[in-house]
Design a binder for this molecule. Structure first.
Ligand code: CA
Length: 226
């Protein structure tokens, strides 16, 4: 487990990082806002411990930037005793918990353990099929890392098919799943959308990610698995 500590008070940084290392965590330390943000964006941390009063950029601003960039790791704020407003702003900005200074190390450790057990909000696992990756939390689809621009309906159909990888889904199932009762689609609308999806997803001379199962419906399968 890798933890980033962003704290400008050398005494606290030293005491916390030493304790966490002794408890078996890998710890990186940043001592101002900008370098903290840079570190947080550069590596895949499991948790960030974030002081609010920091030189260069305060912790709340830093936290907002992280959440804007969709970094979802848990963040534990380290705050001063009287800064109730800061704590509220911090939680509103996407912090998971806070700890008031001065704190006892065992309490910090207990909070850290609790946060590492709790899955990060919205961190639904990414679905991978062949070259394609679908991230349900971000509603994004990538092919070998390149973002593919899909409409909401195209995305909905693809997510349903990818979640059922290897399973043939009928046109009726796809309709029921993707359209609500108020907007009942026409007879061949699923086929039309599958056509749009193939145009966006597939490259010429490649087998389509979405396979037609004649007379039944469609199935997603990595081309190599056929
Ligand atoms: Ca500080």
């Amino acid at each position: 487990m890798r933890i980033l500590l962003i704290e400008d008070e050398a005494g606290i940084a030293d005491f916390v990082s030493r304790g966490l290392r002794e408890a078996g965590y890998a710890v990186d330390v940043a001592d101002d806002g900008p370098s903290g943000l840079e570190s947080a964006l550069a590596a895949d941390f499991d948790l960030v411990l974030l002081d609010i009063m920091l030189p260069g950029m305060d912790g709340i601003t830093l936290l907002r930037r992280l959440r804007e960039k969709r970094r979802r790791f848990p963040v534990l704020l380290l705050t001063a005793r009287d800064a109730v407003e800061d704590r509220v702003r911090g939680l509103d900005s996407g912090a998971d918990d806070y700890l008031v200074k001065p704190f006892a190390f065992p309490e910090l450790l207990a909070r850290v353990r609790a946060l590492l057990r709790r899955p990060a909000e919205g961190a639904e696992p990414v679905i991978r099929v062949g070259r394609y990756e679908l991230d349900p939390a971000k509603k994004e689809v990538r092919r070998e890392g390149d973002l593919i621009d899909l409409s909401a309906r195209e995305y909905g159909i693809l997510e349903y098919l990818m979640r059922g990888e290897g399973r043939t889904l009928t046109r009726e199932q796809i309709e029921d799943h993707v359209w609500n009762f108020d907007s009942s689609p026409g007879s061949n609308v699923v086929d039309v959308y599958i056509g749009y999806l193939r145009k966006k997803l597939d490259r010429p001379a490649e087998e389509s990610l979405i396979r037609t199962v004649r007379g039944i419906g469609y199935r997603v399968e990595a081309p190599g698995d056929r």
